[in-house]
Design a binder for this molecule. Sequence first.
Ligand code: F6R
Ligand code: MG
Ligand code: MG
Length: 365
Amino acid sequence: MDITLSVIKADIGGYVGHSSSHPAILEQAEKGLEQAQKKGVLIDYHVTRCGDDLQLIMTHREGEDNEKIHGLAWDIFIKGTELAKKLGLYGAGQDLLSDAFSCNVKGMGPGVAEMQITERKSEPVIVFMADKTASGAWNLPLYKMFADPFNTVGLVIASNMHSGFIFEIHDVKEHKSIKLNSPEEIYDMLVLIGAPGRYCIKAVYHKDSGEIAAVSSTQKLSMTAGRYVGKDDPVCVVRTQGHFPAVGEVLEPFAFPHIVEGWMRGSHNGPLMPVAVRESNPSRFDGPPRVIAAGFQITGGKLIGPRDLFDDPSFDEARHQANLVADYLRRMGPFEPHRLPLDEMEYTTMPEVMAKLASRFEEIP
Ligand code: F6R
Ligand code: MG
Ligand code: MG
């Protein structure tokens, strides 16, 4: 019997500022999902948070994009927002762009990554969750996991993944999608995914079996809302072991704190720092951006876990390097490439400044 793993998340209020989440919000969400489990809507659930984002990890038999499951998440976010308002949390209800729920939460603010799977005898999955960055942040690590033999030696020496993977890429500006084969088309693919502000890897499939291997959230909050409402703070689910990359091959890309967009005011480039859940409190210049990894064994739909996978000294050096890169970039202050280019910043005073200065611009002779 197939089961569906749904990760639905939203920032419904920060504590303090945008740096973290209040425990009462998590507690309330936990109770909501416990009730849904008792009613038989969910098989299992886990509530966590990355920075100021509330993460609902759920298993069920309703399939993807299901009204009941999305409605459940939406209700939890609405009730959470009420509590956030009561506590005076910062930006209460920030990611809820609509007042009324209809069918599913897509385009309504929350981020969603879902996969329906036929459970293997043993099903190890990793749920990655990031704060202070955008969905394109997964491009580089997903490429390394599923296409780079210097990261994933299984592509070279394991016959069950030697033929490679298929990447589904979304053009988030034009709302178009394309599937490309790896390794045959990696040069074409890199032209696209090397521009993560526009092209995001939505899913990865095992080529021989066609099975889903990874899925990410690709909502572009600022575009959905048509105004600044914060970076997407994306999530990504990856199946591991067997004919998928091993847990260690899936975590390995994060040993390099690559540069992502987000950080302060969603308008800067900075290193993505892999941390334990308890350390996902982006405080320095509202950052640097964080990523956490929750590992589960899914057994009969039950979420056995999580293991807090970046809570490991082997990622100390990545954290150290992220701090060095953060120091280095911060010294550039409001200059690019630390600050994002004009049309990619989430905050701008450009129209006002130009309106004020327009009459003082002179032709250069
Ligand atoms: C970035 C983020 C924060 C805020 C910043 C200003 O995604 O959420 O860096 O942009 O703290 O917040 P406001 O404008 O709410 O005072
Ligand atoms: Mg926030
Ligand atoms: Mg956030």
